[in-house]
Design a protein around this ligand. Structure first.
Ligand code: AP5
Length: 221
């Protein structure tokens, strides 16, 4: 059975942190639309230059572009036995498109986890976050390493992590992405995890919730 997980939550909730770990531990690909867009920007991909302007303002990239990117990525062989989506879907139109893709694949139901964190903590985390300028990974907040342990790149603030843009991203989240939670909420495989606790505790609870949802999914088939 495919383990098809969506990590939902506001900017700074820790979706990327948990998606990365969970995907690695379960041998699944982590598919982050934000990471894919930033990589395309670093590579100077023409489609990404327009997207970058929107990202730097804290706005969403258009649904058509994002859905095409995700459709292509999910068609790769490594996603055939499951995946962890981080940052997608962010609009109801994207969620509906994902449901169509899942139906076409004849795949198992989605497991949706909402990572909840109060807004003051989100703003604080994003103000503190540093990322590698070369490969984009988050700096470990507990480490004092001056350069990226993976590629040796320097750490910088993400261009959309300044305070004004963070507030815009939070506004966009409330307007466009919260309705996606309502879209999924009644499904038997929807779960909520408290993200306002140390990352290893979030990980522990999240694993249990996903395994429980996978069990509920198996029973409903
Ligand atoms: P994206 O990259 O997806 O950004 P985001 O959703 O705003 O999420 P973040 O990456 O900021 O936060 P996160 O929840 O992953 O937290 P993280 O683990 O890094 O999207 C960026 C932009 O791309 C969008 O604004 C949009 O323009 C565009 N885009 C992307 N997808 C799109 C889509 N589907 N449609 C349209 N446009 C799209 O953690 C944050 C910090 O907190 C880190 O420093 C981390 O170390 C720390 N941390 C993590 N967990 C904890 C914890 N438990 N306790 C304390 N600190 C923690």
């Amino acid at each position: 059975m495919g383990l098809n997980v969506i990590m939902m939550g506001p900017p700074g909730a820790g979706k990327g942190t948990q998606a990365e770990r969970f995907a690695r531990e379960r041998g699944l690909p982590k598919i982050s639309t934000g990471d894919m867009l930033r990589e395309a920007v670093r590579e100077g991909h023409p489609i990404a230059l327009q997207a970058k302007e929107r990202m730097d303002r804290g706005e969403l990239v258009d649904d058509e572009t994002i859905i095409a990117i995700v459709r292509d990525r999910l068609a790769k062989p490594d996603a055939s036995r499951g995946f962890v989506l981080d940052g997608f879907p962010r609009t109801v139109a994207q969620a509906e498109a994902l449901d169509r893709i899942m139906t076409e694949r004849g795949d198992d139901p989605l497991i949706v986890v909402d990572v909840e964190v109060p807004q003051e903590q989100l703003v604080q985390r994003l103000a503190m976050r540093r990322v590698c300028a070369k490969c984009g990974i988050n700096a470990d907040p507990k480490s004092s390493a001056p350069v990226c342990p993976k590629c040796g790149g320097g750490f910088v603030q993400r261009t959309d992590d300044n305070k004004d843009v963070v507030l815009e991203r939070l506004g966009v989240y409330h307007r466009s992405t919260k309705p996606v939670l309502e879209y999924y909420r009644e499904r038997p495989t929807f779960r909520v995890v408290n993200g306002a606790q140390p990352a290893d505790r979030v990980a522990h609870e999240l694993d249990a919730l996903i395994d429980d949802a996978a069990g509920a999914r198996a029973e409903s088939l």
